[in-house]
Structures are given as C-alpha cells and as structure tokens.
Design a protein around this ligand. Structure first.
Ligand code: ZN
Ligand code: ZN
Ligand code: FE
Length: 732
C-alpha cells in the first residue's frame, strides 16, 4: 500500500543485511530484487518487522537471474494504474508524537506527520499519489523538509504531507487560547482531518445543554475525546483489546461501557450505558487535549441532518449560531470524512460507521468472481455508501450519510466521480436497491448504465457472506436479517426475515408476522404506535391503554382495522421500539434512528437470563412461509410487568427470545452457514445472543463492514458479480 513507508523499510533492511538490488511498486504489490548479502535473515526480517500498518497478504520468494547490482535502490513509481491505491488517514505515530512534545524544530507543530502516519484520503485530489496530487500542493517544502523527503533513510522519505512550522500549514490562532476558552465553557468549532468538530468541556453541564439546544440535538449521544487511554479508563471499563483499538491508527470512536463511578454528566448519552471515546488522531488534537487536561465532547460540526463543514466559509456560515469561536487551519480538506464508530462485541471488532481511518480499504472477493465485470453499487438511502467492484475486490466508499439532505446527495455524487477517477474504475453495470424512492436508486437510474435491482435483505445477507470470504460453492446460507425496513421482491415491507440461498438468489423462508404501521411514516418515529399495533395484533388490545396514556387509541385501532394509512410490515426494528415503549423507555417521538432500541439494550445489558430462557415466540406453519408470531412473547412480557420482574430481566428475555427463535429457524433450514446482518445487529446484546445460540454452526457476522445499511453496497456488488457470472444456481 502506498504511503505507508514500506519501500524505505525494505531499503533499510537491505542495507542492514548487505543486500543489493531494488524495490518498487508494481500492479500486483511490491516487487523486490535482492542479490548477495544475508538473504535468509533479510527475508526473515521482512516478515517479522514490517510496519504494522502495511498489511502484507503474502510474501512469495522466487529465484531469478543476478543483475550484478551493487547498491540497493528504491525505484519510484510513475504510474497512475488502478493499483495505485490511496490509503486511509492514520493517527499520529509514536515517533511523531515524540517530536511534537520534545525540543526540536517540530515541537508543538500541529501538522507533523511521516510515512507511518498523517492524512491520506482526506488530502488526495488525484492520482498518482504524490505531493502535487494532494491539498499540500500549495505548500512549498523548505530545504530541511526537502532533505528529509529525499532521503531513503529518513522516516519522511516521500511522505507527501511532510511539513514543518517553516513551510507547512498553520493554525488560525494558538491552541492555548482555545484550551482556555474550552475550560471556561465555550463551544469551539475546530477544523480537524476530515471536517470541523464542535468541541466543549465534557464535564460542563451548561456547555452540553447549550450545544444540545443550539444544535437541536436533544438526546443523540455525543462523542468524546480523551488525552490518553488512562483518561478513558477513569470513566469506562476498557479491556486490553479495547485499549489496543483506542490506540489503533484508525482512531475510531469506540463505544465503551460506563463505569459505575463515572462522574461525567448523564446528558452526554441520555438513557444509554455506553460512551463513545476516541484518542487524538493528529498532533493538533494531542496538543489541544494536553492543554485542556480533561475530556472534551468532540461532535461533528454540522447543522442537524446536514454534512459536516469542511471549509472555513461553510463552518462560519453553518455554525455561527452554535460555536462561540473557531479554530481554522489552512490545509484544505479534499473530502469530508466523518469519525468512524466501532465497538468490540461478541469477541470481535464491529464497525458501525466506516469512515476516517478505515476507508478506503478493499474487501477481497472470492476467486470465483475474478471474471466479473466492473460494477458500481449505489447502496441504500440511509447511512449511504457506494461500492466499486471489479471481480477481485470491492472497494467501499466512506460513510456519506442520509440521502434525505440535498447537500449530502451532492456530496455523494461528487464522491462517486471522485472515487471512479482515484481508483480508475469504469463500470459496465450499475446495481441498486429495489426501493424506487431511495435517492441512490434514482441516481443509479440516471447513471445511464445497465441496471440491476437487488432486494434489500438479500443485499444485507450477501454483504455478510462477502465480508467473511464465503465462496459461491461453499453451499447455501441461511441469512437472519433484522432491520427497520426494506422492500421485498413482491413489494412487501420487510425488516425481520430468514432467507435461504446464496449470492445469486435467495428466498424468504420465514419472517416476523406482519404488523400494521399505523400512521405510516409516523409509526417509524413514534414507538407508542408500534406498541399499540403489536398488542392489537396479539389480541391484547384491551390491555394497551395503561401503557399509552393520552393517545387516541380508538382512532388508531380503526385505522388498523380499516387498513387506512396502516401498511403491514414485518419489522424487527419496530418490534424493538414497541418493547421499549412497553417498558417506558421510548420517548414519545424518536429524535434519532434507533434511539428506543438503544435504550432498551442499555437496560437489557443488566439482565442475566441465558440462551433458552428468553420469551417464547410462536411459529405459524400454514402458508408458504413460516411466520414468527410475537403474541406469546407479549403475553409473557405483560405478565412479567404485572408481577414486578425487573425491566433489565424483561428487556433481556426479549433480546434472547428473539435471537433464539431466529437461530432455531436458521438451524432448521440446514444450511452450510448462517449470516447475521441488518441494522439490529449493531445491537451487541442481540448479536451475542445470536452467536451463542448458533454455537457449532458457521456464523457469518459483520466486522469492518457495517451490519446496517452502510454495508448494503458490498452485498449488491457480490450479488451482481454472481449473477453476471451465473456461478451459482438457486439451492434445491
Ligand atoms: Zn509519524
Ligand atoms: Zn519544512
Ligand atoms: Fe437495512
């Protein structure tokens, strides 16, 4: 991978072991020609000591003719081939941090970086990747930086964003002044690596309240930044693996459970038991955190629903009513990159939002797809991403956001053009969701390419298969797909189903019982409507009133019975909302997607029931599909409420019961593997319950690809590849 200092590393090793020859990038990766010297130890060291961020798939030694080389050289790349990959942005490395905090010419310099760290995707404007192709092109290197840049023995050899206080980007004012304002309770908009953040003292209740009012963001959890892992550990439980992930070069926002004695204000994440933390990802953030000396809120600098600002003009216009002051810098941001969000759950990394630090990283596709044509997948509508596929690999875009907002749509279109140039991708086919009203579908229709439409939940399932390297001939897969809503092949609204099949085809074999969404759109945002509809469907309508005071239930009941503005939908997401509402955990109106379900999970985490002890669901077997009916779950839940069972236990019994019934149905299907996908699997309690319920089976769960709609584009690529090659026909 370019820009990670691999060639200088090889050069230093060659010198150490007296090897002559050369190293260069070619279309396949890195090619090394080695003559003389201590070959064996050179090769050993190559395997053992490679920089941690240069992912080596394989080292393949072979014999070749000696060329009589006398020295070892780095052959610079000159090409603009597809293989010229752009790397993700990398958090400040220990060597650079040492320089920034010690006497020397880069002491206190906010833009220090080297080949092992610094901005990449956020500054690249074209290919091939060199200084002129980045937003650093406006800064001419001083002689001292130039000498480092030209010296193969230097850590900054060909580090394109190399800079120092004499020649590089500058801040608009001093970090100390900003820190002082933050300590005094101000909200400061600070330009970071992929956009502006709104920053404030996380211990200051008044500052938090002002931000929430000004940003019209009453309850959505706010991300935090700490100066060190130790500062995080003062507030949250951090396992050794979580500590390592906090310090990963990707520097994601990591969701961590609050400690009992955490004294940070509850309103950072109302009703939730997790806090999202990141460590500084640039020297600027290190300097700032050192000067502030306590945790800060670091949330994206945008107006509600709009993309994060990336320019001073935009930030000052959009954030004038929110921020008390600004900290700008003059290194332009080539494209907005939100902070990535991750969690360790069920023994593995779960990336909920894949952006800064993770994008762009390809997912390798099974070898059977090698001859598939280049495909462009447009993804879903919410949490949108797109994906470039070429048979060998699928390159997912960074998280772009919800396509309800025109600015986000414009940015999505820009990013499409941008990626196609950066990665030299010339698609022959477009693939999109079945939903005709998704903005991404309309863009795919307007692309002028031949178009393939893929059912939403099949794409979820295929994304989990592709991420896990499932080969088309590995056999049929049972896909448990749980999310809010997606359109099925016959126009039905689905959000809780079991599919059976493979990449090319899959059919629904079981699903949650369809229940009305009274009020249509309103039922997506008002959980009490789902609670009423669920109780109505379970024949428990007469017991609904105490849970839903002050609502026109007779009217809603008539809506459902008359089928007026009450479409049927088998949505797991809405079932979560209904259960949250029954426990009094759901706000009357959600202020962000998943709010009620997240609160329900926070309560469930304190419960203790195990697999097999969850609430019962009934299975109706009369029709073409097996239908999973929550009615017995509601009967048990209401009686638990009546006899005073703790909310923690009730919430957990629901999670476990839902996971168990789907796992039982999946096992019954007798497939070779079970895929878990859909936005509900961002819920760690549900994911853990499902994985433990499937012990012994091959489970395909998501890791670096989001389980939710952010992963849809990958599934679309895999399905399109399979269908164009027809490598796999429908099972049985
Ligand atoms: Zn560095
Ligand atoms: Zn310089
Ligand atoms: Fe979905």
């Amino acid at each position: 991978m370019q820009g990670v200092g691999f060639r200088p590393f090889v050069w230093r090793l060659a010198r150490e072991y007296g090897v002559a020859g050369w190293v260069k990038n070619d279309a396949e990766g890195v090619l090394i020609h080695a003559e003389g010297g201590d070959h064996t130890r050179f090769l050993e060291a190559l395997r053992r000591d490679a920089p941690p961020i240069s992912a080596i798939d394989a080292i393949e030694p072979c014999e070749t003719e000696a060329k009589g080389a006398e020295a070892f050289n780095i052959v610079l790349s000159q090409t603009g081939q597809a293989a010229t990959r752009v790397a993700p942005d990398l958090a400040t490395c220990p060597d650079c941090l040492e320089e920034v905090t010690s006497p020397g010419r880069r002491q206190g310099y906010a833009f220090t970086n080297c080949t092992n760290c610094g901005p990449r995707l956020s500054i690249v404007v074209s290919v091939p990747y060199d200084r002129q192709a980045t937003t650093m092109r406006g800064f001419e290197m001083c002689p001292a930086c130039r000498a480092e840049y030209d010296d193969p023995a230097d850590r900054r050899f060909h580090a394109q964003p190399i800079a120092c206080p004499d020649c590089g980007p500058r801040l608009s004012r001093s970090v100390e002044d900003v820190a002082q304002e933050l300590r005094a309770g101000s909200i400061v908009a600070i330009k970071g690596i992929g956009g502006y953040h709104l920053v404030l003292d996380a211990t200051n209740v008044h500052a938090i309240d002002r931000l929430r009012v000004r940003k019209k963001r009453p309850t959505k959890p706010l991300a935090l930044m700490a100066s060190s892992p130790r500062m995080v550990e003062a507030h949250c439980k951090v396992s050794p693996d979580e500590r390592a992930l906090l310090q990963d070069p990707a520097a994601p926002v990591l969701l961590l459970p609050r400690r009992q004695d955490c004294d940070l204000p509850d309103r950072l994440a109302p009703g939730l038991d997790l806090l999202g933390w990141m460590l500084p990802m640039t020297p600027l953030h290190h300097l700032l955190m050192h000067a502030v000396g306590k945790p800060v809120v670091m949330t994206s600098g945008n107006l509600s629903g709009r993309p994060q600002a990336t320019t001073a003009e935009r930030a000052e216009a959009d954030l004038a009513g929110i921020a008390d002051s600004f900290l700008h810098h003059d290194r332009p941001i080539a494209r907005r990159l939100d902070d990535s969000v991750a969690q360790l759950a069920a023994g593995g990394l779960r990336v909920h939002r894949r952006a800064r630090g993770y994008a762009p990283a390809p997912v390798h596709l099974p070898g059977a797809f090698a001859k598939a044509p280049p495909v462009l997948a447009f993804g879903a509508h919410l949490k949108s991403t797109f994906c470039l596929g070429d048979g060998q690999q699928a390159l997912m875009s960074h998280h772009l956001g919800d396509l309800d907002d025109p600015d986000t749509v414009a940015e999505y279109e820009r990013a499409l053009d941008d990626y196609r140039v950066l990665f030299d991708h010339d698609p022959e086919l477009a693939v999109c969701d079945l939903h005709p009203d998704y903005r991404s579908t309309r863009l795919a229709e307007a692309s002028g390419l031949p178009l393939m439409r893929v059912a939403h939940h099949h794409a979820h399932m295929a994304a989990a298969m592709a991420e896990n390297g499932w080969k088309p001939d590995d056999g049929p897969v049972a896909g448990i797909v749980l999310d809010g809503l997606g359109l099925g092949p016959d126009g039905e609204l689905l959000g809780g189903e079991l599919l059976l099949g493979g990449y090319a085809q899959a059919e629904t074999i079981a699903r949650l019982k369809p229940v009305a969404l009274p009020g249509g759109e309103a039922a997506q945002r008002e959980p009490w409507r789902n609670l009423f509809a669920q109780l109505h469907a379970a024949g428990l309508e007469a017991r609904a009133a105490p849970f839903i005071p002050g609502k026109p239930l007779d009217q809603v009941s008539a809506m459902i019975d008359g089928g007026f503005n009450a479409p049927l939908c088998s949505s797991a997401g809405r079932l979560f909302d209904a259960v949250a509402a029954a426990l009094g955990l759901a706000p009357e109106k959600l202020s962000f997607e998943g709010e009620a379900a997240m609160r329900l999970e926070a309560v469930a985490r304190r419960g203790s029931c195990d697999a097999g002890e969850g609430y019962p669901f009934a299975i109706e077997t009369g029709g073409a599909l097996r239908v999973i009916d929550p009615a017995p779950m509601w009967v048990a839940l209401l009686s638990d409420l009546e006899n005073g069972t703790s909310h923690a236990e009730i919430a957990r019994r629901f999670h476990v019961g839902l996971a168990d019934v789907f796992c039982d149905e999946a096992r019954r299907a007798g497939a070779a593997g079970v895929a878990l996908s859909g936005g509900c699997f961002h819920n760690a309690t549900l994911l853990e319950a499902a994985i433990s319920g499937l012990s012994g089976d091959r489970v395909l769960s998501h890791s670096t690809v989001p389980a939710g709609d952010g992963g849809i584009a990958l599934g679309q690529i895999a399905i399109a590849a399979a269908r164009t090659l027809d490598v796999f026909s429908s099972p049985a």
